[in-house]
Design a binder for this molecule. Sequence first.
Ligand SMILES: NC(=O)c1ccc[n+]([C@@H]2O[C@H](COP(=O)([O-])OP(=O)(O)OC[C@H]3O[C@@H](n4cnc5c(N)ncnc54)[C@H](OP(=O)(O)O)[C@@H]3O)[C@@H](O)[C@H]2O)c1
Length: 274
Amino acid sequence: MTRTDAAAQYNPMGTTALVTGASSGLGPGYAHELARRGADLVLTARRLDRLEALAVDLAEKYGTVSTVIPLDLAAAGSAAELVHDLADRDIRVSTLINNAGFGRSGSVVDAPADVVRGQVAVNVVALTELTQAFLPDLLSAALTHPHGAALVNVASTAAFQPVPQLAVYAATKAYVLSLTEALWYETRGTGLKVTAVCPGPTETEFQAVAGNASRGPRRLMTVDEVMTTTFAALDRQAPPPHIVSGTSNRVVAWLAGSAPRRTVVRVTGRLSRR
Ligand SMILES: NC(=O)c1ccc[n+]([C@@H]2O[C@H](COP(=O)([O-])OP(=O)(O)OC[C@H]3O[C@@H](n4cnc5c(N)ncnc54)[C@H](OP(=O)(O)O)[C@@H]3O)[C@@H](O)[C@H]2O)c1
């Protein structure tokens, strides 16, 4: 069987996919492609108006049903709340896109404690709790809908090395990458498609939330480019444990993994001062 065998393509038609962080940036990108492929959606984030507008858009364009659940994933117990809410509504999730996340620029010593805690709470704790809670449903969906069940955890190219001035964020993404690759192994042979998506800097609200100044002539990737990379991986018989979107990002990630750690952190430290 070739890696792009049509029968192995990711086909969530008739299933339900949960997308966290669906109110802006990559989240709506995932929601559109999932709906285009015939999945109903559960859309969650804090900004209800954005989620409702997206749900209407998806219904008009693809005729799919979206359940909108406003939620602050930084709040303790929020993942469990979401799990119970979906159980009460009798919604079984076949695909989980753990996309919600944020970073904040600056040195750790100057960072407000709640911002540090928030990054760990959303990027690490909520992602882990949602992954563990939904994994049984994802695995059983992989049996009933071959090639229609997936777990996508959004990491970052920041996962491949320490990043001074984005230290906590990069550490949370290293966690996401490590967790997802281990899960990829643990779920081998089950039919569940598991991968960590590692975008480089992308045109979303992320940079504004992070407080990053414009990075000059460096081109940001588009949401569409990240979607193309993600779904090309999901369309493979067995997606790789992680994917990096963009050739130059792949090269940088490879270099970061190959060079001595001390050298790597010196380089990222110098770049972060620019
Ligand atoms: N853009 C990049 O350069 C880049 C690069 C690598 C990785 N990533 C990763 O890509 C993912 C998506 O980010 P993005 O680029 O699309 O940025 P974005 O446009 O800022 O979107 C972030 C999403 O996460 C949600 N979110 C943030 N805090 C939340 C909270 N406390 N509770 C619930 N939802 C929360 C936001 O919704 P509300 O504000 O409505 O709650 C929003 O929908 C993140 O995991 C990010 O780390 C982004």
